[in-house]
Ligand binder design. Structure first.
Ligand code: ACM
Length: 548
């Protein structure tokens, strides 16, 4: 079968006649299996036309759901087993998440059309079949993520819900939302209404990467209301996906400063004249190192913690990356602050911000996570690091006993172009093909076992400066997310020994699933005419070897 990600063990009888469902299959929902039953009725029910009523006592159910923590202990958390025989199919999960992933495998086994939203040929228009046998599975890592930058280009709420569905179709379980940046603030904060009133839109955007002379004069914006966030979080939780919110500070903050000029370094720039940034890059307009700014952001995080309860995400991402210190260098107020706090220069101010929220979050039972720059100032033991500037930050963090999420830009930044040809839309960064992503390894070789145990997993990151809409995001993310999913779910051999040809063969079937799901992936032969952006400049990096 074309299962993606590759399961641990597959024993399916593809030579024998399959199990054939009747027109009105029954479902048996064991204790703790309600979420997966709801998902099957909603998603599989839509694709097949089945109502999937509950089998009454004593009635034989075609699909049986149950939790079996003891029987599946060997598979570990999220483990599961699917068994198809003459009586139908049983899905067993080591836990509720495992059972849910089993349902995803069931849908893949039923074929591409099981991923549609309505049955072709009407209800009862076809006989659905499953091969006899078993699939036993469980993930390699607990953190299997995708980061979406919804700040540079806003992804409306339905796009986020769809992204959650697409994650789950690949057994990925973390959605990291980059909610704020220089170019936009995307989450409603009731006590600071101008964050979205002013900060959620910009009058125009550069069209292409920084070097491009073109502008898109259409205003761009949007934000999630608090109820939108509650809906997203609940939708994700029902599907065993954690949503990790990111509020980036003290850099990447121009949208916030445009909304509330007092957040900026007012003794060196007239922040009242600032707008939400319409260009790409790293803005020098960073937060002022004042107590008032800390109080302002504590208010932001107070509302955020209420929206993202700890069972959904114990982690809160505070950014911490790419904070230029030019304004702090020039600011008498910042310099006085450096002396008063006794910190090591301007760099010390950045860690002072991060350490403040590290303690603040820890007191509220949460864990801080930030980009690997945050390691430079020393962290509380519970804090975790997103290693993006290669593996080095993650290695240092793991050796120091911090949990790490590997997301090295040289390997898994999906904004980077997928091929070297001139047809790639607004090509930026390194060429990172489907095969390159398939050979990504989250745990660097040579990392001692004790440090390697701190690698929670990995995530692919998608920065959207040159992705103006959902179609462009689809193009960058797919099919590479399928390869990424296999690197974090499956137990693949070391990169050079991976069976990429076998993966490509399975991808042939997976493209049909993506078609049925309506994903506008990059076709293997290159972009379709309407996926190109002729004349819009990117920023390719040629011949730069990956940094490990
Ligand atoms: C990042 O790419 N600036 C985290």
């Amino acid at each position: 079968m074309d299962l993606i990600p590759l399961p641990q063990t597959v024993d399916l009888r593809e030579d024998a006649p399959p199990y054939a469902f009747g027109p009105r299959p029954l479902l048996a929902t064991g204790p703790g299996a309600g979420g997966t039953a709801r998902w099957l009725r909603r998603e599989l029910g839509a694709a097949t036309g089945w109502d999937l009523p509950e089998a009454g006592p004593g009635a034989a159910a075609d699909i049986r759901l149950r939790l079996d923590p003891e029987g599946l202990a060997r598979q570990g958390p999220e483990g599961h087993r699917i068994t198809v025989d003459a009586t139908g199919v049983e899905l067993a999960g080591a836990d509720a998440a495992g059972l849910f992933w089993a349902a995803q495998t069931l849908r893949q086994l039923l074929g591409p059309d099981a991923h549609r939203r309505a049955p072709l040929g009407g209800r009862g228009g076809r006989v659905w079949t499953l091969p006899y046998g078993t699939v036993a599975d469980g993930p390699r890592f607990g953190w299997r993520g995708l980061m979406l930058d919804v700040a540079r280009h806003f992804l409306p709420k339905d796009g986020v819900l769809r992204a959650i569905d697409l994650l789950t179709a690949h057994k990925l379980n973390v959605l990291h939302l980059h909610l704020t940046d220089d170019q936009g603030w995307r989450v409603e904060i009731k006590r600071h209404p101008r964050l979205t009133g002013v900060g959620a839109w910009r009058p125009r955007s550069r069209w292409g990467h920084r070097a491009s002379p073109l502008w898109n004069e259409t205003p761009h914006g949007g934000f999630y209301t608090q109820d939108d966030i509650r809906e997203i979080v609940a939708y994700a939780a029902e599907r065993h996906v954690r949503v990790v919110p990111e509020i980036d500070l003290p850099g990447h903050s121009q949208a916030a400063i445009a909304a509330y000029p007092e957040l900026g370094n007012t003794d060196v720039v007239d922040t009242t004249a600032l707008g939400v940034w319409d260009d790409w890059g790293i803005s020098e307009n960073v937060l002022a190192p004042t107590e008032a700014v800390l109080r302002f952001y504590e208010g932001v995080f107070e509302e955020l913690l209420e929206l993202f309860p700890p069972e959904v995400s114990p982690f809160v991402h505070v950014g911490g990356d790419e904070c230029p210190t030019t304004q702090w260098h020039a600011s008498a107020r910042a310099q006085a602050r450096i002396r008063e706090l006794g910190v090591a220069g301007e760099e010390g101010l950045r860690s002072w911000f991060i350490r403040h929220f590290d303690t603040w979050l820890a007191r509220r039972g949460r864990r801080l996570i930030g980009w690997d720059e945050i390691l430079e100032g020393g962290l509380a033991p519970g804090a975790a690091v997103s290693s993006w500037r290669g593996y080095a930050g993650g290695i240092a963090a793991a050796r120091a006993g911090h949990d790490v999420v590997m997301c090295p830009e040289q390997q898994v930044y999906l904004d980077h172009r997928q091929a070297g040809g001139p047809d790639e839309p607004v090509p930026i960064g390194y060429v990172r093909s489907l095969e390159d992503v398939y050979r990504f390894e989250p745990v660097p070789p040579g990392l001692p076992a004790r440090a390697a145990a701190h690698v929670l997993g990995a995530q692919a990151n998608v920065w959207t400066e040159v992705m103006e809409n959902r179609s462009r995001v689809d193009y960058q993310v797919f099919p590479r997310l399928a390869a990424f999913a296999e690197t974090v779910w499956s137990r693949l051999p070391e990169p050079a020994s991976r069976d990429y040809a076998g993966f490509e063969t399975r991808m042939a079937g997976h493209y049909r699933r993506l078609d049925a799901l309506g994903v506008e992936y990059r076709p293997p032969g290159g972009p379709l005419p309407w996926q190109r952006r002729p004349g819009v400049l990117g920023r390719p990096i040629e011949g730069v070897p990956p940094v490990v």
